[in-house]
Design a protein. Structure first.
Length: 731
């Protein structure tokens, strides 16, 4: 080669050429840039009796294995918790760890039997995943029964159905990962389990994930659609965590529709970065509630009535109690009696719940909170262990007499100090509500959907002791810097209000409503049963419902037909009138016992105890006021371990039904009502649940009154003589 043809290029020239080539290749193949983004899904698959009895975990595993995932998406699975596994050679006698990658399921470890409901097992799995299968994007899924804030998740059948509590979950994550609001270790922490979309659950996993996906209601056994959402991720691994969370929710509801289980379905996508502000506003509202209750103890009854009238999830004598109520529904009903901070909480809730889906029989806000429907000390004690002791929880302790004044004041002073410190200094939020170092202000300071709440305006501000906190919250919602916008020293400005509350704190005295036992029921001018208590006697009552009963003369029994709330209720004057029309619900013309579990403006929800093919269950039934008809949603087994069963069983032709009533001897004053089996029959092609004429006979009607401490009393009995379709009442 001649010297004239040899050109010497400078190093800078070649660097520039190389940069241009690389840029051109990236422009032509943008997918290769995303291919480096790896995803790992960690699946804590506690099979429990759902797997043993129904093969539900194996069915979801089979669904996952039908998804074609690229090499940069892997699923790490820990199996255990069931006495029997139905597929893939999974052992019931061991804890096993598998990885699904490249279209195949690989077993990586077989460990000695251990409790999936124990924090040590969860911690071990988290450490294994971190050490062996870390990824750029990480998703963690809990699978099994769930019991809300009190019941936790992952009930191991091999260890007396022991479950992971919220505190155990948070402690396990904290032992393996460092909580960080800016860079949480997980994109999503999800609960394919019942009832786990609660404010307390969100607080427990806050700092460890950007988003939480969970259901407020019971989940049907079909659960999440693993092939659909993992397949969508595999097709586009560049998607954001929020988009993936939305897909999980949407495909879940689609799957419920296909399975015919969508009626009560709920699923929420929650932005965990907004939980500190949400918890702060919940505490502000709770401080206001304590203030109102200490000034006028009849607030407890107003609070209880609104909780029982709000959408809530599994709270009745027939089904058991989760003590979970929809946060949005409850606070909207409390706006008139708690005007200072309700709007702030609702706006913060709207920001925290990014996306939610639900079936036609539910209208949820996306997160649940605790209310003591059962008045049980054990449930309250469990809530105190969640790590999120809120002002409302303190109020519940005062309501039930579970906290003394000194303990309550100590908690309230800590809560108010945490609120002020969080707003002023970007200090850690209240324990359990935010991880260390997390600010209460929403990232980016975005405006709430309906604009910032403004609080009171004008001269009344000087007389409003809560105005400093309102001003600080308004500044946060406006997205402004707190310096110069919020009060310079909010804790001092709030001090008069907090001191006034603390000085007046006292537990509600132990209530005694025995004077209402056998309270007289009269027959009104319209021939209806009338309970006239007056305004003073209902001061502490939060519920009045009625029982319908009949005589079984052959066996000398009083048989309860059910409990309902279909009556005219005038709480202001304490007057209640029944609306019995001589008709009652029947399944294929067989009368059933039914108990109302929830009521709202559109529908009533009922539980109907039966034996389905010899197994004790509750039929879930909804009455639609607009359509004037009942619909059977399915049947759920009654679990001996007080676990809320995830499996929803559809009725079909050939099923054997045994109706169950509550009965007691007529002449035994010390007896209590016990379950009594009645008719047994086989379902045919047509399954009809409808009101039917009860025919001629003598029936009994009585009111049940319940106070805010869950004490109850029964009124006198009114007899109803039905003859030729006409009901005649007599005292």
């Amino acid at each position: 080669m001649s010297a004239s043809r040899l050109r010497i290029r400078s190093p800078g020239h070649w660097t520039a050429r190389l940069w241009l080539v690389c840029a051109f290749l990236l422009f032509l193949c943008p997918a290769r840039a995303h291919a480096a983004e790896t995803w790992a899904i960690y699946w804590y698959l506690c099979g429990s009796d759902l797997e043993t009895d129904f093969g539900a975990a194996s069915a979801d595993l089979e669904e996952l294995l039908s998804a074609r995932l690229p090499d940069n998406v892997s699923v790490v699975i820990q199996t255990g918790g069931a006495r029997k596994w139905h597929g893939y050679g999974i052992s019931a006698g061991n804890i096993e760890r598998h990885v699904y990658r490249g279209g195949r399921l690989h077993k990586e470890a077989s460990l000695p039997q251990a409790n999936m409901g124990d924090a040590e097992n969860l911690t071990s799995f988290l450490a294994f995943c971190k050490e062996n299968h870390s990824a750029d994007h990480q998703v963690f899924i809990f699978w099994d029964h769930g019991g809300g804030s009190i019941g936790g998740v992952a009930n191991d059948q091999n260890f007396s159905f022991d479950a992971l509590s919220l505190k155990e979950i948070r402690d396990s994550f904290a032992r393996v990962y460092t909580a960080s609001v800016e860079r949480p270790p997980f994109d999503i922490i999800g609960f394919d389990a019942c009832l786990m979309a609660t404010l307390d659950t969100a607080g427990a996993v806050n700092g460890f994930a950007r988003y939480m996906v969970a259901s407020q209601e019971m989940e049907p056994a079909n659960g999440w659609r693993y092939a659909a959402w993992t397949g969508a991720l595999g097709a586009d691994t560049s998607m954001s965590p929020e988009k993936l969370g939305r897909i999980i929710c949407d495909t879940y509801l689609d799957g419920c529709r296909q399975a015919g289980t969508e009626d009560n379905a709920t699923l929420s996508l929650v932005d965990l970065g907004k939980i500190p502000l949400l918890n702060l506003t919940w505490n502000a509202l709770g401080l206001e509630a304590v203030s109102v209750a200490m000034d006028n103890e009849s607030f407890y009854a107003a609070y209880g009535r609104q909780a029982k009238a709000s959408e809530n999830y599994v709270n009745s004598r027939v089904e058991g109690y989760t003590n979970m109520v929809d946060a949005g529904a409850l606070v909207r009903r409390l706006k008139k009696v708690l005007p200072e901070f309700a709007k702030y909480f609702l706006d913060a809730l709207g920001e925290a719940v990014v996306h939610e889906v639900h079936g036609p029989c539910r209208s949820p806000s996306g997160l649940s909170v605790y209310y003591p429907f059962d008045g049980d000390s054990g449930g309250f004690a469990s809530m105190m262990q969640t790590g999120n002791i809120t002002a409302f929880l303190v109020l519940n302790g005062l309501q039930l007499g579970f906290l003394d004044a000194d303990s309550a004041v100590a908690h309230l002073e800590r809560i108010s100090a945490d609120i002020s410190r969080t707003l002023e200094d970007d200090a850690p939020a209240p324990e359990g509500a935010a991880p260390e170092g997390q600010s209460a202000a929403p990232e980016g300071g975005s405006r709430p959907p309906h604009g910032p709440p403004t609080g009171h305006q004008g001269p009344s501000d000087a007389q409003n002791p809560w105005f400093p906190l309102q001003s600080a919250l308004s500044a946060v919602f406006e997205g402004q810097r707190r310096e110069g916008q919020a009060p310079a020293n909010a804790i001092l400005l709030m001090e008069p209000a907090v001191n006034a509350v603390a000085a007046s704190v006292a537990p509600l005295r132990q209530l005694d409503i025995s004077s209402l036992e056998d309270f007289r029921v009269t027959v009104g001018d319209g021939g209806e049963a009338r309970l006239d208590l007056g305004p003073e006697r209902v001061r502490h009552l939060d519920s009045v419902q009625f029982y319908l009963a009949c005589f079984d003369l052959e066996d000398d029994l009083v048989v309860l037909l059910g409990k309902d709330a279909d009556m005219e209720a005038d709480w202001e004057n304490g007057v209640f009138k029944d609306n019995f029309q001589g008709r009652w619900a029947a399944l294929n013309e067989h009368l059933v016992y039914m108990e109302v579990t929830h009521q709202d403006e559109a529908r009533n929800h009922y539980a109907v105890p039966v034996k389905l093919n010899g197994v004790r269950c509750n039929l879930l039934v909804v009455y639609d006021f607009a359509k004037e008809e009942y619909r059977i949603l399915g049947a759920r087994r009654l679990h001996d371990e007080n676990i809320m069963d995830k499996a929803l069983i559809s009725l079909k032709k050939g099923d054997t039904i045994t109706t169950i009533f509550l009965a007691m001897p007529v002449d035994d004053d010390h007896a209590d009502f016990q379950e009594m089996e009645a008719d047994t029959f086989t379902l045919g092609e047509n399954i009809v649940f409808a009101d039917t004429d009860m025919g001629d006979g003598q029936f009994m009607f009585l009111f049940e009154m319940t106070d805010v401490q869950n004490n109850s009393a029964m009124s006198q009995i009114v007899t109803i003589e039905v003859k030729d379709g006409t009901a005649v009442y007599s005292e």
